[in-house]
Write a protein that binds this ligand. Structure first.
Ligand code: CP
Ligand code: NVA
Length: 297
């Protein structure tokens, strides 16, 4: 059974196919009469709504479940919840703190499991990011994206996804917030990343500049320290000035205006943040179309 826990659960050919399916005007109703359980341990605006609407567009019925309701590993084990859900639903999506939780769901192997964000990755976001850049630039091969900030879940999935698409992934992070060796090995196995100390050097000549929060969900107690540590890593007009003339700005959102990025960039002419957010739904539809046809084959 195929699962989608990280973006390299797809080969580069499959990834291109998912991006194609994301743009299909009249998708097959592969979820007709079926459900998808969407389990959340953390808040969400884009992920919940994009997944729910993608399921509806494929003819299915999404069921949103707060993790507390089912009590993952408190009321019932992750495996028992997964087995129960597999009796009702054609697929399960989960946003969790620890990657191990989605890995345990996938290990049950009854229905496809989709990672809706964990500490290690955010592959559904990476799909939408690649779709956004493909719609902007046409072919992705040879293009570059410069990520400024924390080498976090979003950065990791984007780094792997960009490499799978033949893109150059460039990153600058403060000391202590860089990719670990295990992550680097995985990203390097697909090509890239290019690592810089100074954000200006990462951004120089890039086709897209990307930012995410300095403080991810679950790290709130570190926010003050992080604000100090990330000084100099804000994307402002000056920073965008180092990018290529036609460069676009991307952010997975939610943005912390005045921290990792300023209003003038978020709301400026180079920003594609709202089309990027809307592309979450199209990318989700593409991924689920592919996953369901794989499950039936
Ligand atoms: N980008 C993203 O995943 O947004 P949400 O946390 O609102 O779902
Ligand atoms: N890195 C952020 C992404 C939010 C969509 C987090 O994990 O909170």
């Amino acid at each position: 059974m195929r699962h989608f826990l990280e973006i390299d659960d797809l080969s580069s050919v499959e990834l291109a196919r998912v991006l194609d399916l994301s743009s299909t005007a009249d998708p097959a109703r592969v979820l007709a009469g079926k459900g998808m359980a969407l389990i959340f341990e953390k808040p969400s605006a884009r992920t919940r709504n994009s997944m729910e609407m993608a399921v509806v567009q494929l003819g299915g019925h999404p069921v949103y479940i707060q993790a507390d309701e089912v009590g993952l590993d408190t009321r019932e084990s992750v495996e028992d919840v997964t087995n129960a859900m597999a009796g009702f639903h054609a697929a399960i999506g989960a946003r969790v703190f620890a990657h191990d939780t989605v890995a345990r769901m996938a290990a049950v192997d009854r229905v496809p499991v989709v990672n809706l964000l964990c500490d290690e990755g955010h592959p559904m976001q990476a799909l939408a990011d690649l779709l956004t850049m493909r719609r902007e630039f046409g072919a992705l091969e040879g293009r570059s994206v410069a990520y400024v900030g924390d080498a976090n879940n979003v950065a990791r999935s984007l780094a792997i996804g960009a490499a799978l698409c033949g893109m150059q992934f460039r990153i600058a992070s403060p000391p202590g917030y860089t990719f670990n060796e295990r992550d680097l090995d995985r990203i390097r196995s697909h090509g890239g990343p290019e690592i810089f100390d100074r954000p200006e050097d990462a951004v120089a000549g890039a086709d897209a500049v990307y930012a995410d929060t300095w403080t991810s969900m679950g790290q709130e107690a570190e926010a003050e320290q992080r604000r100090r540590d990330f000084e100099g890593f804000q994307v402002d007009q000056r920073m965008m000035g180092f990018a290529s003339a036609g460069a676009i700005f991307l952010h997975c959102l939610p943005a912390h205006r005045g921290e990792e990025v300023v209003d003038e960039v978020l709301d400026g002419p180079r920003s594609r943040i709202w089309v990027q957010a809307a592309n979450r739904m199209h990318a989700a539809r593409g991924l689920l179309s592919w996953l369901m046809s794989e499950a039936q084959s």
